[in-house]
Design a protein around this ligand. Sequence first.
Ligand code: FE2
Length: 298
Amino acid sequence: MAELADAQDLGSCGLWAVRVRVPPPALGVNMRILAVGDIIGKPGRKALKHVLKEYRDSVDLVIVNVENSAGGFGITKKVYEELKSMGVDLMTSGNHIWDKKEVYEFIDSVPDLLRPANYPQGVPGRGYGVFEKKGVKFALINLMGRSFLDSNLENPFATFDRIYQEVSQETPIIIVDFHAETTSEKWAFGIYVDGRASLVYGTHTHVPTADQVILKGGTGYITDVGMSGCWYSVIGMKPSAVIERFTKGIPQKYEVEEKEDLVFNGILVEIDELSGKTLRIERLQQYIKKDQLAEVMV
Ligand code: FE2
């Protein structure tokens, strides 16, 4: 379980937030992974860079969901390169992957950026791959849920079955970013693949859940990792337009909140390299004051 440490005064709002902070994984033969959920625009990238300063060297693999990393919607080539320069190994995404039209031009040339694998055949990009880091092979699969999200996609349970047949021939380490709206679809998927996937972590809702667990078959699971961005926001966006939308019903243009202090959300996971089972899964949450960021401004 995560270690609870230093309750932190977040300033004028009068709120005391708990900083859920865990030490870097111990050195060993297990694969150590930092998996990060939705990065919201520049504040999310700043928070990520801040945390990677401490954790990059103590993990083997950094996976980040980048579908909101460029201005809150989609990803550009420039942001992709910025994230790579921070030490991000692999990127996943979801329904917002197509928001910046330039992604159509470069996604096929960057195999370390995935879009959900259950898009129909012929859609640009790829949804999974077998990769190697420090001599260890592993598979990363990006899937998207259908409940309240996109019913045009293939059933992600069936997509997983098909991909599993292929990648399990090559490695026991199989990691899934399940980008979905509903907690029930995520839990159902987790139990469906328990014992086959090494790790299933949810993204998309931007709100972290506290249900990190190792399932009966050895699959590490959490319903949602949560977002990184400005914490005093509506899931990363300026509250005013969202409140206007809810109070008046009129469509609004949403903009990333950039003026507030930050929150980082991720998970630290250790996977046994021989069996592919998860040995440890813990939440990593840090609230970061803007004045802590001077040296890592991006
Ligand atoms: Fe999403």
